[in-house]
Design a protein around this ligand. Structure first.
Ligand SMILES: [Zn+2]
Length: 422
């Protein structure tokens, strides 16, 4: 209901269907009235040679084809089990006693395919099916969680991932959404050949009401050469922070920064914990939480194997108890780069990464920091940006929320007991 297709895609379909009937049907660039299409999928043990041999092509010819095609597509190694292929048979030769295909078409994925044509001369080329993007809008009101809100409307969960991981990862904790929180999105869906739905492509703009805050997000390209896109709010502030919230993707916060921690093992005396522990299985990748230079990658005492990164004059971060490091001293790393793997080296009772956040030479609680904004929009682009978002913001503002009917269900809000991150 709340998913409205853009008006431009609504065209009268009847006339079109009649025209199509009279028109040639072309698939993979071949006319269906001239060729018979035999479709199959690559089976275990299939090779290009075996398939053609099975269809009455002799070996000298197969070698000749493979040799000519190899610059375009190495048929000896690249056929993957389960992928579709099509053999074309010319209808001109329909009365021949031995039927031989003229063309082999292999589909690497939904979009790309390889044609090996050996009807007359041997030709091999790769092609891409035409892709169209359809702009759509959607709204939702949270009752229990965002997945359920999307599912009720038949909307893709990818919208939730995009909003939670790419757009609002630093500003909204999606595990703590409240009933009544609501959102609007303008996004594009991808279609192949106008007909095959290939999922949500991109979110162009979003609006989220959470905890009394209204958060706008607009996608904008800040570097067309490098193709860098980020989300900014209506005042051109970057929604991303310079630091990731945690150095592991799926980790459980097992011990917070706590200067008054008491541990029974130490006679219940205060043993401050200046790190933040994330429990995760041995081997889980550990990511640099921000761009910076590795200043230590070594093994020492209770720290075990660890890496320390200097981000700027103010901030450094440190990652302890690694199984192994993946970076060397002096190396420059980017946010999200894998710098090592979770282990149990040094003093630790179980596999975890102890994340230490240094500000001006002192260890502080990363969750209590107002972290700096990532790469702000340049002054020269700011005017352009504000101009660019004006009509998009207007569109967002004009989308109405559609109240989904209040249902009497026994849904209880289940709290995830193992997450404790703000
Ligand atoms: Zn720790």
């Amino acid at each position: 209901m709340a998913c409205n297709e853009d008006k431009s895609s609504e065209e009268p379909k009847e006339d079109l269907a009649e025209q199509v009937e009279k028109e040639k049907i072309i698939e993979f660039g071949f006319d269906q009235s001239l060729y018979e299409f035999k479709r199959d999928t690559i089976k275990k043990g299939d090779t290009f040679g075996i398939i053609l041999e099975r269809h009455n092509i002799g070996y000298p010819k197969i070698f000749q084809i493979a040799e000519k095609a190899k610059d375009t597509f190495d048929i000896a190694t690249k056929l993957q089990v389960g992928k579709p292929y099509t053999l074309l048979y010319s209808k001109e030769n329909a009365n021949d006693s031995i039927q031989k295909p003229t063309t082999f078409i292999y589909q690497q994925n939904l979009e790309d395919y390889v044609v090996i044509d050996f009807k007359d001369s041997i030709q091999a080329y790769t092609k891409t099916k035409p892709i169209t993007y359809v702009e759509k809008t959607a709204t939702g009101i949270i009752e229990n969680n965002i997945s359920e809100t999307l599912e009720k409307q038949g909307l893709s969960q990818v919208l939730a991932y995009k909003m939670a991981d790419d757009i609002y990862a630093w500003t909204i904790d999606f595990r703590r959404l409240m009933p009544g929180d609501r959102f609007k999105v303008i996004y594009t869906d991808k279609y192949i050949n106008d007909s095959i739905y290939a999922g949500v492509h991109d979110v162009k703009a979003a609006y989220f009401e959470h905890n009394g805050d209204s958060l706008y997000a607009f996608q904008f390209e800040t570097d067309s050469i490098k193709g860098i896109q980020d989300y900014f709010n209506e005042k051109a502030k970057n929604l991303r922070r310079a630091f990731l919230k945690m150095p592991v993707k799926f980790g459980r916060l097992s011990s917070r920064y706590n200067l008054k921690r008491r541990i029974a093992y130490y006679g219940n005396r205060v043993r401050p914990h200046k790190g933040t522990d994330f429990a995760a299985p041995v081997g889980t990748p550990i990511m640099a939480t921000a761009n910076g230079t590795v200043i230590e990658s070594t093994r020492r005492g209770g720290n075990g194997k660890y890496v320390k990164i200097r981000h700027n004059a103010t901030y450094s971060t440190q990652y302890l108890h690694m199984k192994a490091q993946n970076v060397k001293k002096g190396q420059y790393v980017k946010q999200g780069d894998i710098i090592g793997w979770v282990g149990m080296t040094g003093n630790t009772a179980g596999p975890h990464v102890c994340y230490r956040f240094w500000k001006n030479g002192k260890q502080v609680d990363p969750f209590k920091q107002k972290l700096p904004e990532a790469e702000p929009i340049s002054d020269s682009l700011k005017v352009k940006y504000l101009d660019y978002i004006k009509p998009i913001k207007k569109r967002l503002d004009e989308i109405f929320f559609i109240e989904t009917q209040a249902k009497e269900t026994e849904n209880t809000i289940t709290e995830d007991p193992i997450t404790d991150i703000q």
